[in-house]
Design a protein around this ligand. Structure first.
Ligand code: C5P
Length: 404
């Protein structure tokens, strides 16, 4: 399984002679597991046809910013969000300059500005242009902004010059893209994640539940499996596909989720509680459908066990990570929840904001641990999950270092 497995790569092709190598790059990225969509500038279409890249990528090539038909399909903001990586190869001197200025006057530069995904560029130009201080300044600006620069290589150039400026070979660019997605951080470890809502039955046809979509927990399961963990996903009822290489255990009520989670103890290294577990359940679930009669009815509820607190208190406790969905004083409440439940880490998110949370594909959060924190600005749940997995791996390494 390549490190780009399940990753969406948006390949930007700009107008340089190296554009002919972009065809091979599409192939190499796919070989590494990526789904590739291509965006071309007008200049690029002078060097290679959109049809070639469409045929190889299996998707229409995006070219214009103001194209009503294209926007009706996958609009530019959707495309920017779709990407897990935006890779510009070849990136001409002009493209680097426009990116450094933050221009947004064509589709590619707009996408580069709009995307929350990492941006990588593979410069390709004549050695004189590469050596020019203007290009050097642009590269420095882009580097300080966190843009990843791969290459250029040295050697003979299409114009007859010899020197630095050739685009790296497609296989090297694909390798650099793969290196961005650290795999293997959790190799050999077992991770369990709970996800989705629970349903607390009142009778055979009714239940108490909540709006949790399960998307965040499923994204964590996917990121954990990609990082090499043997991953078990204990999920309440949701309509989501099981991520590749993940073992899914389906449960319905909080008590079922509790039993499934505790059954993992002894062979679980990391536990992430992402489920929205119902705090209460009806004292009794009626064996037959409850008939309507009186104008009012009383339900007696009893507290459900706190699954994650039980996991954290277990004699064979794993590294335990919880979630705290709060609407006010988010960080304070989250920190006190982490201490109360005995967790190693907690992900605090503000569910009062309108642009993330329950049913959204996006989320912003602060990851807290006893002596540190990491703020993750609004991004896809997939990216947040990867950041969380990176942070868990880093903290476990630190803990192991302290013990050693
Ligand atoms: O106490 P609160 O529900 O706000 O805590 C949220 C965290 O605790 C989440 O990680 C959630 O999965 C977990 N939890 C649990 N069992 C419960 C309630 C919450 O594991 N009964």
């Amino acid at each position: 399984m390549g490190r780009l497995y399940n990753r969406n790569v948006l390949l930007g092709v700009t107008g340089g002679i190296a554009a002919y190598k972009s065809a091979q790059l599409v192939r190499d990225l796919q070989e590494a597991g990526a789904t590739v969509r291509v965006v071309m500038t007008r200049g690029a279409t002078e060097f290679i046809t959109p049809l070639t890249l469409q045929a190889l990528s299996g998707h229409p090539v995006h070219q214009e910013l103001l194209d009503a038909d294209a926007e009706a399909g996958m609009g530019h903001i959707e495309l920017a969000r779709w990407a897990d990586l935006v890779l510009v190869a070849p990136a001409t001197a002009d493209c680097l300059s426009r990116l450094a200025q933050g221009r947004a006057d064509d589709l590619l530069t707009t996408l580069c500005l709009a995307t929350p995904a990492p941006l990588m560029v593979a410069p390709a130009m004549n050695q004189g242009m590469w050596n020019d201080p203007a290009t050097a300044a642009n590269i420095e600006t882009l580097t300080t902004r966190g843009v990843h620069i791969t290459g250029p290589a040295e050697g003979s150039q299409a114009c007859g010059d010899v020197g630095p400026g050739r685009m790296q070979e497609p296989a090297d660019i694909a390798a650099a893209a793969q290196a961005l997605f650290a795999a293997g951080q959790l190799d050999g470890l077992q991770l369990t994640v709970t996800a989705g809502p629970t349903r607390e039955p009142l009778d055979p046809v009714r239940y108490i539940s909540n709006h949790s979509s399960g998307k965040m927990g499923f994204a964590i399961a996917r990121a954990a499996a990609e990082a090499g963990a043997l991953t078990t996903l204990i999920s309440g009822p949701v309509a989501l596909e099981t991520p590749e290489s993940v073992n899914r255990i389906e449960v319905s009520s909080a008590l079922e989720m509790y039993d499934a989670a505790l059954a993992q103890m002894g062979h679980c290294d990391i536990f992430v509680g992402c489920a929205a577990v119902a705090d209460y359940r009806p004292v009794e679930s009626q064996p037959q459908k409850i008939k309507k009669g009186q104008e009012t009815m009383q339900l007696e509820l009893v507290r459900n066990p706190d699954i994650i607190a039980a996991v954290a208190a277990h004699s064979q406790r794993p590294f335990t990570v919880g979630f705290a969905a709060e609407t006010q004083d988010v960080l304070d409440y989250a920190r006190s929840k982490m201490h109360k439940k005995g967790l190693d880490m907690i992900v605090a998110n503000d569910v009062a904001r309108e642009d993330g949370g329950f049913n959204s594909d996006r989320n912003a959060a602060t990851i807290l641990w006893p002596d540190g924190s990491l703020e993750v600005p609004l991004t896809t749940k997939g990216e947040l999950a990867r950041r969380l997995i990176d942070t868990i791996a880093g903290q476990r390494r630190q803990q192991a270092g302290k013990v050693a």
